[in-house]
Design a protein around this ligand. Structure first.
Ligand code: TYD
Length: 219
């Protein structure tokens, strides 16, 4: 990994706005001509796109929590090998919309699989590759789901409010256990405000990696 590469993940429950923030951050990097890659989980590869459809839209069939854990990680293994690791190796900033913490929150806290098992499988899929920064867009479960109401709901959005509350609490526990990696943002704030908080942190990280000109970009 070169020193300039940076691995940033975005996390949060349904309707928290992370995909919009991933796009805003990408735009800013593009404007500054900083090389980056934007990808998402599940997805980002041909295999991942197929698994994404299965995982989100399979109907009238119940996946066991363990199958779900393995399928998300099958998509992830492919994404790390094909996109994320090569992207970092060639000096890009890699932004990933969801990563291993989603699995701990959803399959661990949400579905009730043991955290140690989830971590073992996640590690096998990623080869231990960890984000430098993980942004949590924190939102009460009811609010996130309400934002989704108008749209077509996928398998996860059909889960109970109790499920989504466990996911949120799971994320908050992960963040407080590893505060140096996480940036927790109150996602009830405006889109612009959230983008500003994220950029403040990212530009600091870039500056600390020797790109002093980003201090100016931050102002
Ligand atoms: P996606 O459309 O990416 O999420 P969102 O609608 O919040 O932007 O859908 C991915 C769904 O898959 C989402 O409900 C969370 C779930 N998920 C898991 O349960 N485990 C995982 O490891 C990942 C990556 C996602």
């Amino acid at each position: 990994m070169t020193t300039m590469s940076l691995f940033i993940t975005l996390e949060g429950g349904e309707g928290c706005g992370k995909s919009a923030q991933a796009r805003i951050l990408s735009k800013r990097l593009a404007q500054l001509a900083i090389p980056f890659l934007l990808t998402q989980e599940p997805g980002g590869t041909a295999l991942g796109a197929r698994l994404r459809r299965w995982l989100k839209w399979t109907q009238n069939e119940t996946f066991s929590p363990l199958s779900e854990l393995l399928l998300f990680n099958a998509a992830r293994a492919q994404l790390v090998t094909e996109v994320i690791q090569p992207g970092l190796d060639s000096g890009n900033i890699v932004i990933c919309d969801r990563y291993t913490d989603s699995t701990i929150a959803y399959q661990g806290y949400g579905r009730g699989l043991e955290s140690a098992l989830v971590k073992t499988i996640n590690d096998a899929a990623t080869g231990g590759l960890k984000p430098d920064l993980t942004v949590l867009l924190d939102l009460p479960a009811e609010e996130g789901l309400a934002r989704k109401k108008a749209r077509r709901r996928d398998r996860f959005e059909h889960e109970s409010i109790a499920f989504h509350r466990r996911v949120r609490q799971g994320y908050l526990k992960l963040a407080s256990a590893e505060p140096e990696r996480w940036l927790v943002i109150d996602a009830t704030q405006s889109k612009d405000k959230i983008a500003q908080i994220i950029w403040h942190k990212v530009s600091q990280l870039l500056a600390s990696r020797g790109k002093t000109e980003f201090k100016a970009a931050e102002a």
